[in-house]
Structure formats: C-alpha cells, structure tokens
Design a protein around this ligand. Structure first.
Ligand code: 0O2
Length: 221
C-alpha cells in the first residue's frame, strides 16, 4: 500500500489527535535517547540528565485557544497550538543546550519550524530556556502525518527556577505581588551565575582529566 503524506490539520477526531501526538512524542523520545546513548559512547559523557514529555490536556488546549481569541476547533488546535505534544530535556550545563538542539535539528526526518532562544536573553520574568517547534513524520497504517512537537531544552538550574516560578504564578493567577516578582528575578540571576560557575568548574575538571590522561600515556611509552 502506498503511504500518502497528510497534514495534521486533516485529522478530524479528538481520539485520532491524541493517537498521532502521542506517537510523535514516542518517536522524538526514542530519537533523543539514541542520541544521548551515542553521545555517551563517543564522548564518555551524558549531556541529558532527564526527559519529560506530555500531551497537553484538553482543558489547557481550550484555555490556550481562548487566550488567543480562537474558537475551540480541531483545526485551530492543530494549526495554532504548537505544544500539544511537548518534550522537556533537562541537561547539566548550559553548553549542552545548543549541542542537543543541533543534534535534534540534524536528524533528516525532523523539520525545525520555529526556534525561540531565551538562554542568553531571558524573558522579562527572568525565564531562560531554549524552545524549538519541530515536525516529525508519524507513520500510520495508511498515511504519514507530519506532526508538531515543542521541545524545551534547559539546565537543571533553569528548570528548578521555571518550575517554582510557574507554581507561584499559578497560585497568584499571574498577578504575583511586585516584591515576589523582584525576588524571582534575583533568583533568576543567581541561577544564571550558578550555571556559569558550574560550566567553568566542569571545563576545569575536564582539562585536569585530559592532562592526567596525557601524563599516563607518556609514562606508558
Ligand atoms: P504551560 O502551561 O507551561 O504549557 P506558544 O506556545 O508558542 O503558543 P508562546 O507564549 O509564544 O506560546 O511560547 P513561548 O514563549 O515559547 O512559551 C511556551 C512555554 O514556555 C510556556 O507554555 C511555558 O511552559 C514556558 N514559559 C514561557 N515563558 C515562561 C515564564 O516566564 N515562566 C515559566 N515558568 N515558563 C514559561 P504555556 O503554554 O504558556 O504554559
């Protein structure tokens, strides 16, 4: 049977939507795990600490469409909600972020359709992260559906800040008192300093390790 290429906007039932987006997540997760294993094999180091993924709940999708002044239709969901399928990749060091993003973008069947890089220039809230929206082909029995997945990549420290800030904003329904926002901003700066220090420390450790390895090889000769 010949597989026909279809757009996700051709999907017309909620069950089908969930099936397609869940399959896209499975595919992306497997790709990321393979890349991480290969990286570990070649460089003897794991850039990824952990991966979280989820399909957005129907309530959150409807809320997002409402926020954008859009009607809750399947067509609008597929067209305007980029994060129905979402993956969050947590890494140790800020230098891993672009390395991971490049490895994903280099996959021949993945198409990068949007990148938002808040790693050097944070959002006004202090939020730092790297976001990419990609499409991945989902192979069904009779067709292939190019499906959008939002990938967020950030360090453990950035993720710690983002989770706490998200909880606080949720508690105050986005209207946190000014002094709380100021303190969050201060924490964001501290998190950034911590990331920079950890990166420098790691580079120094790697330099010492390489030096020791060189000395060991010299002694063996
Ligand atoms: P939720 O509940 O986390 O899913 P888009 O997704 O493209 O339609 P936008 O705002 O243009 O919407 O995308 P952007 O700026 O790339 O942000 C997308 C997601 O990043 C958000 O999803 C959050 O998960 C996260 N994010 C963005 N800004 C902040 C921030 O200031 N603090 C925290 N903690 N997270 C942030 P949702 O759908 O808004 O929310």
């Amino acid at each position: 049977m010949k597989l026909v290429m279809r757009r996700a906007s051709d999907i017309n039932s909620w069950e089908e939507i969930i099936l397609v987006y869940s399959s896209a997540l499975k595919q992306i997760n497997t790709k990321i795990e393979v890349l991480n294993d290969e990286f570990q094999h070649v460089h003897r180091y794991n850039p990824i600490e952990h991966i979280k993924s989820r399909v957005k709940t129907s309530e959150s999708i409807v809320k997002k469409l409402k926020r954008h002044g859009l009607e809750s239709t399947i067509e609008n969901m597929v067209k305007y909600v980029n994060d129905i399928a979402g993956v969050r990749i947590i890494c140790s060091f800020s230098s891993d972020i672009h390395r991971i993003a490049d490895m994903i973008a280099d996959q021949s069947d993945i198409k990068v359709i949007r990148v938002k890089d808040f790693t050097d220039t944070p959002k006004p809230s202090g939020y730092r992260s790297y976001h990419m929206v990609v499409t991945v082909p989902v192979y069904l029995s009779d067709r292939i559906v190019d499906t959008k997945v939002e990938i967020q990549i950030r360090t453990v420290a950035m993720d710690f800040w983002a989770s706490l800030e998200h909880k606080i904003q949720y508690k105050f329904e986005g209207e946190a008192p000014p002094h709380i926002n100021e303190e969050l901003m201060e924490c964001a700066q501290m998190v950034n300093e911590l990331d920079e220090k950890m990166l420098t420390l790691n580079e120094e450790i790697m330099r010492i390790e390489e030096e020791r390895e060189r000395d060991r090889l010299r002694e063996e000769l």
